[in-house]
Design a protein around this ligand. Structure first.
Ligand code: NAD
Ligand code: 6OD
Length: 491
């Protein structure tokens, strides 16, 4: 995988610049070095924040909505023109199957820019005429303004999708951004910086700083007094660290955090569709999607059948080179993350799980033995008291548990500190609505999973986050409204 090792620099004020040190980005497919990355020190993070501020004080701060809409559409076109480069970058860093990178990650990157261009173009300010009853009237209207310089911190699982999901609305609202990609996935942000320059985004509006969290670019960004807001996607624990870091300056935060998502399968479900859907929701991206299902509650009459059919699905997945025809499943992101997932595999057995399928590290032969491979794994025999059923694993794993009534299923699904997503499988329309609405989550699907409309709210409750992204929710977060009240008439 590492045949074409690249050197990845930071992007500040429209220029690629070196860092204070370098680190190696290793392929999770085979352990080879895919890139040498320039880590930004506090001085460079400061320069990036100042570049953003100067862009806001210059011509970028005077752009009209229509000009920004045209620019975002050009960015979308340029993402499509550089589609293959972005796919290569994403696959090199994550090892995900090339088909997934094409159909999900890079396609959505273009769509994010185009969708937020459309959405901001169609959004107007609020206005109210206030009547006092004595003939007096006033006009209230809001003027949305950018927040300023926004720090964008993103994880490694869907690197470009999640980065552009934040950058597109932030730019649509007229902000400047300083992006800190994950140290595990620095490559696509660098190609995106080239895209921004090619599309004509003014210098200083889009900046990229590479590095780690604590004591590195992530912490320098979140503690910088010149950063006006932080938008973060990542682990719940990192979210609480960032919350403390921004508290001194009282900055707004948007948090998309972890999940321990449940699926509920009723006996009346179309089991062909349910098993297909469960297989996607458990194993897509090797279980490394925040929305992935890790807890499956199945009504007792169909429990054995669902377990057996899901076992067949898991056994049919094909791990291998991301470019090999037929590969369905990539590695985990790193050996470090695999060690964490393996510790959950061991703990599951200690906690009394029966391993239905998987449960270990596969032997994929000499070319791949340096990679972070893991077997897709299903357990039965666990309940909600086990740590494996309470903590986010973020791997291709799920525990299956039988239930006997609808209230029991709702109560089991809601028995978690997280609150991101849920799926209900049933042929009963009323039950589908009823149960989906009772799920204590930000997103509840019925008879599907990860079906997206970019205008609808995305996010979670509890340990899963603060706020919502998508549509007007993103536009609201990335702008600061000033209300103007004008007396029109009367005493
Ligand atoms: P992570 O929290 O370890 O890292 C995310 C980003 O934060 C990285 O860029 C990292 O360098 C940076 N970071 C780490 N410590 C920091 C600190 N102290 N200050 C500033 N920045 C810091 O998360 P990860 O391992 O990259 O991603 C996996 C996690 O992300 C999972 O928990 C997953 O559920 C979650 N996630 C959530 C969503 C969502 O939409 N809710 C989407 C994707 C991933
Ligand atoms: O599809 C999206 O917009 C989105 N934010 C997905 C997040 C997936 C989590 O890993």
């Amino acid at each position: 995988m590492g045949a074409s090792r690249s050197s990845l620099r930071n992007f500040v004020r429209g220029r690629f610049v070196e860092g204070i040190s370098t680190f190696e980005k290793v392929s999770p497919v085979d352990g080879s070095v895919v890139a040498v990355v320039h880590e930004a020190g506090s001085g460079l993070v400061d320069a990036a924040v100042r570049a953003g501020r100067e862009a806001l004080e210059g011509s970028w701060g005077r752009t009209t909505v229509a000009e920004r809409v045209r620019l975002l559409r050009r960015v979308a076109d340029t993402v499509e023109a550089r589609f293959d480069d972005l796919v290569r970058a994403e696959v090199a860093d994550t090892g995900k199957p090339v088909r997934l990178a094409r159909e999900l990650d890079v396609t959505r990157a273009a769509m994010n820019f185009r969708s937020f261009a459309d959405m901001v173009a169609c959004t107007g300010p609020e206005a109210f005429v206030t009547e006092f009853g004595n003939g007096g009237r006033a006009l209230n209207y809001t003027v949305p303004k950018p927040l300023g310089v926004v720090g964008v911190i993103v994880p490694w699982n869907l690197p470009l999708l999640l980065l552009t999901w934040k950058v597109a609305p932030a730019l649509a609202c007229g902000n400047a951004v300083v992006v800190k990609p994950s140290e595990e996935t620095p490559s696509s942000a660098v190609v995106l910086a080239e895209v921004m320059a090619e599309a004509g985004v003014p210098d200083g509006v889009f900046n990229v700083v590479h590095g780690f969290g604590a004591g590195s670019a992530g912490e320098f960004l979140t503690t910088h007094p010149g950063v006006d807001a932080i938008t973060f996607t990542g682990e719940s624990r990192t979210g609480s660290t960032i919350m403390r870091a921004v508290a001194d300056h009282v900055r707004p935060v948007s948090f998309e955090l972890g999940g321990k998502n449940a699926a509920v399968v009723f006996a009346d479900a179309d089991l062909d569709r349910a098993v297909e859907g469960l297989s996607r929701s458990i194993f897509t991206n090797t279980g490394q999607v925040c929305l992935c299902t890790e807890r499956v509650y199945v009504e007792r009459p169909v429990f054995d059948e669902v377990v057996s059919r899901l076992r067949e699905k898991a056994a049919s997945l094909r791990m291998g080179s991301p470019y090999a025809a037929g590969t369905t499943t990539g590695p985990l992101i790193s050996l470090g993350h695999r060690a964490k997932v393996v510790s959950f595999l061991e703990r599951a057995v200690q906690e009394g799980a029966d391993v239905v399928v998987g449960g270990g590290i596969p032997d994929l032969g000499p070319g791949l033995d340096g990679g972070a491979w893991i077997e897709p794994t299903l357990w039965t025999g666990l309940d909600n008291s086990s740590r494996v059923m309470r903590e986010e694993v973020f791997g291709p794993v799920a525990g299956l548990v039988p239930f006997d009534s609808e209230p029991e299923a709702v109560s089991l699904a809601n028995d978690t500190e997280y609150g991101l997503a849920a799926v209900v499988w049933t042929s009963d329309l009323e039950r589908g609505h009823r149960v989906a609405q009772q799920m204590r989550v930000g997103m509840s699907w019925v008879n599907d999973w990860y079906l997206r409309d970019l205008r609808s709210p995305f996010g979670g409750t509890g340990l899963s986050g603060i706020g919502r992204e998508g549509g007007r929710h993103s536009l609201d977060f990335y702008s600061e409204p000033t209300n103007v009240c004008v007396r029109l008439a009367g005493p």
